[in-house]
Structure formats: structure tokens, C-alpha cells
Design a protein around this ligand. Sequence first.
Ligand code: SF4
Length: 308
Amino acid sequence: MTLSLDDRQRAMLAEMGIRLFEPLPAAAPAATGTSAAPAATSTSAASGAPGRSAAAAASAASSASTQAVHSGAAPTPATSPTPPIPPIPRPAPPSGRLPASAPATLGPPPSGIEALDWDGLEQAVSGCQACGLCQGRRQTVFGVGDRQADWMIVGEAPGEQEDLRGEPFVGNAGQLLDSMLKAVGLDRGHRVYIANVIKCRPPGNRNPEPSEVAQCEPFLRRQIALVQPRIILAMGRFAVQSLLATQEPIGKLRGRLHQYEGVPVVVTYHPAYLLRNLPDKAKAWADLCLALDQFPSTEPGREPSIPT
Ligand code: SF4
């Protein structure tokens, strides 16, 4: 039998590192180009299955080599060892986005926060990369208000508007909070300090993960230690859970006083929730009155008025 491979098939086998034993010129048959091996090779290549194509080609090459030896034209050893076919490289993941399963590269958890002053704390927050939320923020949302206030408002996490402006409680929910504060003789620049548990906006305003709360909580704790408020109003589930270390729902916690490291805490609904659940505004007002009973808003003689 004679080997019948055209130039392209020979080049392909050579690329794969497969050597052929050529018959002597006198015994070389004319190439007709109708053997089964080339057909299989080209079909595999066209199918887009390179592994199968390589295997078929290797098989054809092995058969071809054997045929060449059996032709008797060259009294050389039967075959030389076929080098292994290199593995097919896998495509790299698209750049610009991490695969869903890839962990984010994060910095170390905050440390030494309990010794920071206001400037140091603000700097630590603005450069923090201790959880994955740093990757989607426009800016951190530190806190706003009187740093020697008696009242402290603790919210949950920044939303889109807060992320844009770098200030907690802005937009419609912020306006409602301002109305509530005004009703008890407070405003955000005067006698009250406002901060969130989480300093970076969760993507799509999703709920923060427990690990994110745990990483960010030390910043809030330091803010409370620096302000030394006389009363804390915890607004929303994550503020309440963080300060009181409980999983109890707000409905079961509101209406009575709690304590955070000796500071009285009143639990109430977040203004964003109140905007969606108007009947619960009356409950939030009762919570404000409970806080007022505990610590007046420092304007004696002023009568609180229910915010609209
Ligand atoms: S959310 Fe808090 S812990 Fe996470 S990156 Fe922002 S500042 Fe750091």
C-alpha cells in the first residue's frame, strides 16, 4: 500500500509534530487525494471541535506511518514516538467583570478605629476597602450634623441619592426625616448627628450582607463614642440589629427603651419604609415622643407637632 496525503495534510501533521517516513522516489505513487483520513480531518476542523480533529489526524497519521513502513520502500525502524498533543488553551474570561464565583480582592478589616479622632476616622472611611461594597460606590457616606449632639440618628445604608451626594438621608426619605426632626425642635445641622451603619451603597439598593455590616460597624461605633449622644434613634432593621445585636423584628422592639453601651435607644421605622407604609407614620411619631420623654430636644416650652 502507498501513502496518499496532499501538501496541506502533510503540513498539518508536521505542525502537530508527527513525522512521516517517505517512500523512495522510485516507489512513490501518484497522489490521488481520495483517502478517508484527509476527509475526516477536514470535517473535524470545520465542525469547530479541535480536540476531535487532532485525535482523528493523529490516528490518520499513525495509520499513514504504518502504511509507509509496510510499503517496504525504506528499511528503517517502524515508527518514531509520537510527541504528545499539547492541551488546548481555554479562553480567558471576559475582561472588565469578575466571574460570579470569583472573590473580590479586599483590604484588611478595619483595625485601630477605636483610637481615631474625627479626621482620622473620616479618612479611614473614605479609603476603606474592607468589604466588596467599596467596588460600586461613588463615594463613602460618612455622616452629617453636630458632632457634639445629644441626639443621634442611626440609619441603614446609603441609597442612590446618598451615594451621589455623600450625605445620609437625602431625597424623599431625607425630607421626611427632616420634617420629623423639625417637629421635635431639631434639624440636621443642629443638635443632632446622623450616620448610617453602612458607609457605601449596596448595588441596586439591596440589603447589606451580614459580613458587610460586621466590617463596617466599627466606624459607626467610633462615631457614637465620639459624639457621646444622650439618646439614639435607630431607624430601620439593620440599624436596630447592629446596635442591639438582635434579630427581632422592629414591630416587637419598638415602644420601649433599649440600651447601647449605656445610651438609651429608641427603635423606629426607617423613613423610606414610612413613605411606602403611611399608616405606620403614627407609630413612628409615638416612637419620637418616647425618645422626647427620655431626653428633651432642648427647647423647653416647645410643643412637638406631628409631621405630615
Ligand atoms: S461599606 Fe464600610 S467596610 Fe465596606 S468598604 Fe465601605 S466603608 Fe469599608
